[in-house]
Ligand binder design. Structure first.
Ligand code: ADP
Length: 184
């Protein structure tokens, strides 16, 4: 059983490192960003709502992402654990996650925080080219992270769940740091 949250600013490498962990441990990766991008690509009502917000570097409303995650956590492939990537991003999302997991008789074991300075993030985003990776939008997403998401760190630290990991280095070095931080 492994219930993980990956936490960190945009461009911290959450998605990349999450892929390694889920393939090593055979648990699903639940990325709200990926789910929302798929909704945009499919032209669904959710995608129509999320698209302009994401393009502007703003968060999608809590109730939408909370609903997505609540449903996803009930699926059979989450029976032995999961890795949440990009969720929760606000205190209300964290509270909703706790409530949803409590109902399922589960709880988060580790919140892995990838620590990366802003200067490195800007460098990394230059090469990536996703629709919301322009320098202005990256700055907006970093501001949103500081204001709305960073407070979650203290929240999970208080709960004894926070594992801080250096997010600068080779992919292998960072992966080793993550494995060590979760004791696996
Ligand atoms: P990154 O971590 O690089 O910003 P994501 O794929 O996690 O990439 O998120 C991209 C965008 O999707 C965010 O800027 C936001 O608009 C939206 N999004 C993803 N997850 C959430 C969430 N949990 N709550 C609100 N908005 C979200």
């Amino acid at each position: 059983m492994m219930h993980l949250v990956f936490f960190g600013p945009p461009g911290a490498g959450k998605g990349t490192q999450a892929q390694k962990i889920v393939s090593d441990f055979g648990i699903p990766q639940i990325s709200t960003g990926e789910i929302l991008r798929a909704a945009i690509a499919s032209g669904s009502p959710l995608g129509k709502l999320a698209g302009p917000l994401m393009a502007a570097g703003k968060l999608v409303p809590d109730e939408l992402v909370i609903g997505i995650v609540q449903e996803r956590l009930k699926e059979a492939d989450c029976a032995n654990g999961f890795l949440l990537d990009g969720f929760p991003r606000t205190i209300p999302q964290a509270d909703a996650l706790d409530a949803a997991l409590q109902k399922l008789g589960k709880k988060i074991e580790h919140v892995v925080s990838l620590e990366v300075p802003d200067s490195v993030i800007h460098e990394r985003m230059k090469g990536r080219g996703r629709a919301d990776d322009s320098p202005e939008t990256v700055q907006k997403r970093l501001d949103v992270f500081r204001q709305q998401t960073a407070p979650l760190k203290a929240h999970y630290e208080k709960l004894g769940l926070l594992r801080t990991v250096n997010g600068v280095g080779t992919l292998e070095e960072i992966a080793a740091g993550i494995r060590k931080s979760i004791g696996r």
